[in-house]
Design a protein around this ligand. Structure first.
Ligand code: IP8
Length: 237
């Protein structure tokens, strides 16, 4: 049983093929499994998804000029549309929120209050200049704004690995610093918004403390996470 507000990010690699050369390639079966798990337990939940091969290759290809950003955003929009449509097929009232247009905690709160599942995604945004906004940053921002009880990152790996290749059960700041020192901070930047290490750094920079989990985005794991159980690596913030 889960009562506290939960934020779940579905990594782009869970629902899209991000392998070299892949472009806007959806993993249809995996997307269905993700939606099936969510449909069983989506109350008090905010959903965020990554851009996968609907956004990262576009940033590399088109850049972040206004025309480039427009093309990047439209790619992200296509994935959001596929994800939200799949959710509605499982009777989940998805409320798509596109950061390029507008995104505030107030909009998310209004959607929650009206019985929707808010669905946000990594996107391009207009700050001082046009920038890429990772879904990870959205998670951290919303976790602080809503004082979330738990957050989860569903990925294409079993959790955070130590230097011997084993999944770490509990990761605290001391262990992360040790890992960073040993492998160097530039490792793990396999896409335009940084990899696992950047994700963890964002979590440790967060002002709000709550439980966080990094795990493989399978149906079983998502179900466990959404039921309030431990799964994958528990990050002690
Ligand atoms: O996949 C990246 O979001 P992420 C957004 O959550 C773009 O890091 C536009 C590549």
């Amino acid at each position: 049983m889960r009562n506290e507000l939960t934020i779940l990010k579905i990594g782009g690699s869970v629902i899209t093929d991000k392998s070299e050369g892949a472009y806007e390639k959806l993993k249809e079966a995996e997307l269905k499994e993700v939606c099936r798990a969510i449909s069983e337990n989506w109350k008090n939940l905010i959903l965020v998804h990554g851009a996968g091969s609907f956004g990262h290759p576009h940033v590399r290809k088109f850049g972040l000029s206004s025309l480039g950003a427009s093309k990047v955003h439209l790619g992200c929009l296509r994935l959001s549309e596929r994800f939200c449509s799949a959710l509605t097929e499982f009777d989940v009232p998805a409320y798509p929120i596109h950061p390029f247009l507008a995104y505030t905690a107030k909009i998310v709160e209004k959607a929650l209050r009206n019985g929707f599942l808010p669905v946000l995604h990594g996107d391009v945004v207009m700050n001082e200049r046009i920038e890429v906004l990772s879904g990870d940053d959205i998670v951290v921002h919303l976790a602080e704004a809503f004082k979330a009880g738990r957050i989860g990152f569903a990925t294409d790996v079993d959790g955070v690995y130590d230097l011997n290749g084993n999944v770490v059960e509990k990761l605290d700041r001391t262990l992360l610093e040790k890992m960073l020192a040993e492998i160097g901070e530039n490792k793990g930047k396999e896409d335009v918004t940084g990899g696992m290490l950047r994700k963890l750094q964002r979590l440790y920079e967060m002002g709000h403390k709550c439980s966080a989990y990094v795990f493989r985005g399978s149906y079983e794991n998502l179900k466990k996470f959404l039921q309030g159980e431990k799964v994958g690596t528990e990050v002690i913030i």
